[in-house]
Design a protein around this ligand. Structure first.
Ligand SMILES: [Zn+2]
Length: 248
């Protein structure tokens, strides 16, 4: 069987307090960054979405342009045929031939008109889409400018705090390893309950340093003895005496 080292209450409290100090430093760094990491990530997502929209509209415009090119080709072909039939109609041999050519002329004229209408409708559709595309591009440019500013701010904070954060992350991992697992679980639970992330506080002016609930003298002396882990009856934070807190 593996031997598990038994820590004294004093050692447990010291390890917990040490962990609290390191985690509080990490909290401070995270507060410095504020909402910037989330804002940057949101902006990046939005820009990606807008780019996808931009590509989709461009593809639609390309599709319509292809359609217009086809219709223009039909117009050219029909106009050539019209010229050909007009020439033929100058020297028709009989009535039947004349009627046949006239019918062809009529059909090709209709083809030209139809193609013209299709081109006109498609051109309107293209200008509508071009307007939407333009708005999307402006939106992207705005968001990219905004992203650049926010990213600049965040990068600056990261550059200033990177080393400190990495160092404290290592310290936090070490500190966590030396805290009793059950205590660690309640430490994390308590920390998550409070915005200021404090799970271990000292007794300040006869009150809990976390919630300012008064601590009776008898309990304060128990806290000073380090014989058992004492939590605040009101907020559940682990209490240490001020001397211990200022020691390291
Ligand atoms: Zn309290």
């Amino acid at each position: 069987m593996a031997t598990v080292k038994e820590y004294s209450v004093e050692e447990k409290l010291a390890a917990l307090l040490n962990l609290q100090k390191v985690e509080s430093k990490l909290d401070e760094i995270s507060i410095l960054k504020g909402e910037l990491p989330i804002e940057v990530a949101d902006l990046e997502d939005e820009i990606q979405g807008l780019h996808a929209r931009e590509t989709r509209i461009e593809e639609e415009i390309n599709g319509i342009n292809e359609f217009v090119a086809q219709k223009k080709q039909i117009m050219v072909q029909s106009e050539e045929l019209i010229k050909k039939y007009e020439k033929q109609s100058e020297n028709v041999k009989n009535n039947r031939e004349y009627e046949a050519i006239n019918k062809e002329l009529e059909m090709q004229t209709l083809e030209v008109k139809l193609a013209e209408r299709h081109i006109k409708d498609a051109s309107e559709e293209i200008s509508d889409k071009a307007r939407v595309l333009d708005a999307a591009k402006k939106n992207i440019a705005n968001k990219e400018a905004n992203l650049k500013v926010k990213k600049g701010e965040l990068d600056k904070i990261i550059a200033e705090t990177e080393k400190e954060e990495a160092d404290h992350q290592i310290l936090a991992d070490k500190a966590r390893a030396s805290v009793d697992p059950r205590l660690l679980a309640s430490f994390d639970r308590i920390r998550n309950n409070f915005r200021n992330g404090l799970a271990v506080v000292s007794v300040v002016r006869d009150a809990c340093g976390g919630c300012f609930n008064a601590i009776p003298p008898q309990r304060q002396s128990e806290i000073r003895q380090h014989k058992k882990i004492i939590v605040c009856e009101n907020c559940g934070r682990v209490l240490v005496d001020e001397d211990m807190n200022t020691e390291n």
